[in-house]
Write a protein that binds this ligand. Structure first.
Ligand code: ADE
Ligand code: ZN
Length: 352
């Protein structure tokens, strides 16, 4: 199944670009920008990965993001992720970025978005990988700060597909951001929100009804509310689930307890994603492998997850149909991977 997953065309829809900062690049950027790190070595930085909940992770994630200062830094970070995604046969990716993490430290919004977008354009040109960009508001900051960030984004709307909502969930419900999400939709952006990761099912209701989201990020706690499950199923609201993240952040005790199989069996449009892969032990393929191994997903269920990833994307109807056909053809006749270093006509390369 590992080879099957490797060759499977897939989309990734829940990926924080700041969460792809690997210790090696962290050290390189710290040196380049003369930032002092609280780690003696790359190995030392690799070890600091024991989280007890979302907040304990966010503390490390925000601290490390401080090495990101220049347009080149944001380009290098994004390009490193895109190359990895390409090697895992990710055909389309929609990336979150957290501008407030940087603008609050004095890094201009323009620096952040220009660096990230240049790498996305390069991937479209050279890696046969389509991309999208989602601006996330930090929900533990004020609604006013989110509104100011949206205003900063207005000159760059052609680079952004959607707004999102992330950071510390509990105590920061979607209802806090109704005005800013109203404004985002008014300027033509789509909306998504993290909800039901650590927070209650009520936050998922609010994201749907108040923020009018097209997708729920995580959403794993929906299973506590049968009426909500019916609503999500009826409207086929996609849920961007991140299995390794949920285990690392102690949302579930082990992968055997993870509900993704149950979600599929209930007819929900669940997808598999990596969230913050530099911190949680794997990129998207390792997330697929983790759930297959622990929960015994069938090959049909794995194919369903890959199809869902395109259905749930912000691609056009035609683009979705093209990628879904690719998945179906691959499922009928899984083609061997190209040789090391080679790229096949679908743009697939040999990973690992
Ligand atoms: N920011 C980065 N990763 C996150 C997650 N899993 N939940 C909320 N905010 C985040
Ligand atoms: Zn996330």
């Amino acid at each position: 199944m590992r080879d099957f997953i490797q060759g499977l065309p897939k989309a990734e829809l829940h990926l924080h670009i700041e969460g792809t900062l690997e210790p090696e690049l962290l050290f390189k950027l710290a040196e380049r920008n003369k930032v002092t790190l609280p780690y003696k070595s790359v190995e030392d930085a690799h070890k600091a990965y024991n989280f007890k909940d979302l907040q304990s992770f966010l503390n490390v994630y925000y601290a490390r993001s401080q090495v990101l200062l220049t347009e080149q830094d944001f380009y290098d970070l994004t390009w490193a992720y895109l190359q990895r995604a390409h090697k895992q046969n990710v055909r389309h990716t929609e990336i979150f970025f957290d501008p407030q993490t940087h603008t609050e430290r004095g890094v201009p919004f323009e620096t952040v978005i220009t660096g990230i977008s240049s790498a996305l354009k390069e991937a479209e040109r050279t890696l046969n990988l389509s991309t999208g960009l989602i601006l996330c508001f930090l929900r533990d900051l004020s609604a006013e700060s989110a509104m100011k960030t949206l205003e900063q984004a207005v000159p760059y709307l052609d680079l952004i597909q959607s707004v999102g909502l992330d950071s510390a969930e509990v105590g920061n419900p979607p209802s806090k951001f109704v005005s800013v999400f109203d404004k985002a939709r008014a300027v033509g952006l789509l909306t998504v929100a993290h909800a039901g990761e650590e927070g209650p099912p009520q936050y998922i209701w609010e994201a749907l009804d108040l923020l009018k989201v097209s997708r729920i990020d995580h959403g794993v706690r929906c299973l506590e509310d049968e009426v909500l499950v019916e609503r999500l199923k009826r409207d086929q609201v996609p849920l961007t689930v991140c299995p390794l993240s949920n285990i690392k952040l102690c949302v579930f005790e082990s992968m055997k307890q993870h509900p993704i199989k149950k979600m599929l069996e209930k007819g929900l449009c669940a997808t598999v994603n990596s969230d913050d892969p530099a911190y949680f032990g794997g990129y998207v393929n390792e997330n697929y492998e983790g759930v297959v191994q622990a929960l015994g997903l069938t090959q049909d269920q794995v194919v369903q997850l890959a199809k869902n990833s395109f259905v749930a994307s912000f691609l056009s109807k035609d683009q979705k149909a093209k990628y879904i056909k690719e998945v179906e053809e691959y499922a009928k006749a899984p083609s061997p991977l190209p040789s090391v270093g080679e790229v096949d006509p679908q743009g697939r390369v040999r990973g690992r």
